[in-house]
Design a protein around this ligand. Structure first.
Ligand SMILES: [Mn+2]
Length: 317
């Protein structure tokens, strides 16, 4: 695929969606594509964007109020485009629209992508779905709104240009977006580093209660339902905790578990050295990247940690 317009062809109704629990790259890529198509296709085109509830901090890029969460008319789209989703089930409620669409497209950067669409454009080396999307749209048609959305995705998936997925190309794209007027300092502070008081409290607890295992090569912390309820927190309030655990001296693998149901845990993993946490996550039905991956596991906290450490030991040996 050279340009997104090559694939629009005769489609007049277009649906767009990203993954469940939308993060910066998901929201950024979806809104960037939405604004790009809205701005460059004639008014008789129907373009709908579906996402689960978007964190308030992402309102800085504008247009989050245009996101839909249901379509009561039961529309069958000529073309449905999935962004930043490694598999079909990651689309959540929007999977229904994808399944019913006449043609489907999958734009992503996850190495674990299952190529679930008719047209699959997956760039495993790209930092983010936003970086992939940048390559499919015309630079001169990127206005400030689109630039902000793309910049959001890039800073979030690269940890503000810190993760190993950051390339020269990533930086060049970011430079192009800055030249479009993106308020980068404000966006980085307000969408990436800013924490609410409650988020800091939970972060503090996680650090205080973290445990070193495997001779200090691995750090584990967990958040149970009681804690989330006590602080009236949502899973997004845990963003960034795993990254703080990862930068503990001597750590090869960091693990954060949070309880989603009785004996059910969402597992986030980060690796510093040679370990491939994507392989571990994939074994337990999850996915992600070599140095950042996640999955859902069942059992007591003790069981889950024990099951994970077997695989981490294997990775480190
Ligand atoms: Mn992404």
């Amino acid at each position: 695929m050279k340009s997104i317009f090559d694939e629009i062809k005769d489609a007049r109704t277009i649906g767009i969606a990203g993954h469940v629990r939308p993060d910066g790259d998901c929201v950024g890529s979806c809104l960037a594509l939405y604004h790009y198509l809205k701005g460059n296709l004639p008014g008789n085109f129907v373009i709908d964007l579906y996402l689960e509830t978007v964190p308030d901090k992402f309102q800085i890029i504008g247009g989050t109020n245009l996101i839909k969460q249901a379509n009561t008319e039961g529309i069958i789209y000529d073309l449905f485009i999935s962004l930043d989703s490694s598999s079909l089930d990651r689309l959540g409620f929007a999977q229904e629209y994808f399944d019913n669409a006449r043609r489907t497209m999958n734009i992503d950067h996850h190495i674990s992508n299952t190529n679930f669409a008719l047209v699959n454009h997956v760039e495993e080396k790209a930092s983010s779905a936003c970086e992939v999307l940048f390559g499919l749209i015309e630079e001169e048609k990127i206005d400030l709104t689109i630039a902000k959305a793309l910049y959001l995705g890039i800073i979030h998936d690269t940890g503000v240009f810190k993760h190993s997925n950051t390339s020269q190309k990533t930086m060049n794209i970011a430079g192009t977006l800055i030249a479009k007027g993106v308020p980068f300092s404000q966006m980085i502070d307000e969408t990436f580093y800013l924490k609410s008081y409650i988020q800091n409290q939970i972060l503090g607890r996680c650090l205080l209660e973290s445990m070193l295992i495997m001779d200090g090569k691995c750090i584990v912390s967990s958040v149970n339902r009681k804690i989330l309820d006590f602080y009236n927190a949502v899973p997004a309030d845990l963003d960034g905790i795993i990254d703080q655990l990862r930068i503990t001296q001597g750590i090869e693998v960091a693990i954060l578990l949070y309880e989603t149901d009785f004996h059910e845990y969402k597992v986030s993993m980060r690796a510093n050295g040679m370990a491939d946490v994507r392989k571990i996550a994939a074994y337990f039905g999850g996915g992600g990247h070599i140095k950042a991956a996640g999955c859902t596991m069942h059992g007591t906290l003790h069981d889950v940690v024990n099951n994970l450490t077997v695989h981490i030991e294997h990775q480190l040996s």
